[in-house]
Design a protein around this ligand. Structure first.
Ligand code: CUA
Length: 340
């Protein structure tokens, strides 16, 4: 009777592994593939060991079980030099077989490519609860969507603005912490295929840790160049002068668009082209796997604490004194601020 709920629970848990864009089991690119190869090696060894041990155990249980007519205690054996050597040497060999590729992969993962002229350098800063990406060679800053050219090595430099976070894109590479003590962690990965990958914060960092998501958009070289150019083009401000004035006085005190405002909160340049609002409200025009961006922006701006409890954004209504109409106007402007 207990089997059914147990199987159902297990099924539910494993169902989470099915998401292609958030799975270590569907590695994309060399960094993730090397981790996956280690997993396969370790699991294969475990299965072989398990099969041998269980077969021997089963054989012994059946072959030497007590017969009904048997009354006397069987002969007692103590110690067997040959067997003891055998079961010490075999695990030693297994440990070596596991250790050599592991050490090699760990050192390869630490290879940060920061000296590589061809690598794209990205400074990643973790904030409660959003991600900042700065393309130091291009003078471009963005938030939440990390746009990278497919196949190129991306050399990351990780730090945090507040507490410990961990930068993790499961299908592209292992995770790497951002340290509050000022130490900078470096690593690199590349995404050979174009597409959108999900990233997560992998270190408990506060009430909205679970919502600290981001996206990695791997695009063609041409698209990447075009994206950089659009990011550097002059800021687009709301057409309606009243909304523009409110946007400047309320939003641009912490946010930036293009060359205007302050880069304290997430940069909003081209936010209309992003995959999500606040990293967690997925933009989907069909409304199947999320909601249209305008709806998401309204949801966010009308109640940021409801979406991400504990986030640092002042409430547009309560703290900044914006009216519902002004909030909707700003949401409409932001939704229309695309990069093409
Ligand atoms: Cu940032 Cu968890």
């Amino acid at each position: 009777k207990r089997l059914l709920p147990m199987t159902a629970t297990l099924g539910l848990i494993l169902a989470g592994c099915g998401r292609e864009d958030l799975s270590v089991l569907r590695p994309q690119g060399p960094a993730a593939e090397s981790s996956f190869d280690l997993m396969k090696l370790a699991i294969t060894i475990m299965i072989v060991v398990l099969l041998i041990v269980f077969s021997i155990a089963a054989y012994v249980l059946i072959r030497f079980r007590r017969k009904p007519e048997q009354r006397e205690i069987p002969e007692q054996v103590e110690g067997n030099f040959k067997l003891e050597v055998l079961w010490t040497v075999i695990p030693l060999i297994l440990v070596v077989v596991l250790a050599v590729p592991t050490v090699r992969a760990v050192f390869a993962a630490g290879n940060d490519h920061s000296d590589d002229k061809n690598a794209i350098k990205v400074k990643v800063t973790g904030h409660q609860y959003w991600w900042e990406f700065e393309y130091t060679d291009y003078g471009v800053k963005t938030a939440q969507d990390l746009v990278i050219p497919a196949g190129k090595d991306i050399a990351f430099e990780l730090s945090t603005a507040d507490v410990l976070h961990s930068f993790w894109v499961p299908s592209l590479a292992g995770k790497m912490d951002t340290n509050p003590d000022g130490t900078i962690n470096r690593f690199s990965f590349s995404a050979p295929n174009e597409g959108v990958y999900r990233g997560k914060c992998a270190e408990l960092c506060g009430p909205s840790h679970g919502f600290m998501e981001f996206k990695v958009k791997s695009v063609s070289d041409a698209e990447f160049e075009q994206w950089l150019a659009s990011m550097k083009s002059p800021a687009v401000l709301p057409e309606d002068p009243e909304i523009a004035a409110k946007f400047k006085s309320a939003c641009l005190q912490c946010h930036a668009v293009g060359d205007q405002g302050i880069a304290m909160g997430p940069d909003l340049t081209g936010i209309g082209s992003r995959e999500s609002v606040a990293g967690i409200l997925l933009n989907d025009d069909t409304g199947v796997d999320g909601a249209p961006i305008l709806d998401n922006l309204k949801t966010w701006l009308h109640d940021p604490q409801g979406v991400k409890p504990g986030n640092k954004m002042p409430d547009p209504k309560k703290d900044l004194g914006l009216t519902d109409e002004e909030i909707d106007g700003i949401a409409e402007y932001l939704a229309g601020y695309t990069l093409d």
